[in-house]
Design a protein around this ligand. Sequence first.
Ligand code: C5P
Length: 301
Amino acid sequence: MNEVSVHRVVVSAPAKVNLALRVGAKREDGFHPLDTVFEALDLFDDVEATVADELSMEIEGIGSDLPTDDSNLVMKAARLLQEFTGTNFGAHMKVTKRIPVAGGMAGGSADAAATLVALNALWELNLTKEQLSELGAQLGSDIPFALFGLVARGTSRGEALEAVKPGALHGWILLTNPVGLSTPSVFRKFDELSPDAGQPASTEDLCEAVKGDDIAYLGSLLVNDLEAPAFALRPDLAEIIIALQTVGYGVVLSGSGPTIAVLCDIEKLEVLKAELANAFPELMIVTAVGPAAGAHIRQRS
Ligand code: C5P
């Protein structure tokens, strides 16, 4: 057991939606070049890390049936941090999940980002956020964004970030689906449907719109190139999105889905949520406000 003064650290990390997700032709390394705009939401997973001899984890809340062995991104993040710093400290990570699992909202990435921040503090490693981000990018394309949060344009495979200063807060209704979608399968379908893809389209216009406060205009620019492949795999999602066309300021598939996100005024969130819960009784509906902070320490003792 290490003899550092910190024994317990609790970190929250946010879910994300992609306001725009433009995808290009598959690269030689198997990833797709992206031009995307992430927004972090005030829907957080928590990781509570406590000092222990070995590395272990448990999951509370939704996703409590997920594996807690070395295949979990939380364990991978902890091992990577050990290797990078040459330490052999242990820790127990308790993950409280609120972000839908396999939902296109980067819940696994949030857990990994929270773990990196929590263990950096617990083990007093003093790594910078940039160093944690480089480590995180080795494990998943969305992990750097979960560390920085707010709004950012992501290029390369989504891990190269440039902050975008938002001009307003946004309300989001998230229609989460009980049946998840696998990200690699959606990208494979994209390849099949888009044999002529080149470079991803630009998200410049959307970045400009985020800087302003015209939410209706922002809503009109929401776009996701993974919608066509996701809908080809899951026609039920296309039906939902068609039914939502006149709701709020815009509707878009979140990441590789299956979560569908509706942009609306913050004051209308609860009324709209009740209406949509009536219309789609089979879906779990969650409200959120963005942008929200990236992975941050909530408690330390
Ligand atoms: O990086 P991450 O673990 O989130 O990626 C999961 C999978 O999604 C990758 O293995 C790849 O199949 C696909 N992907 C992709 N291009 C990206 C990001 C993810 O093809 N830019």
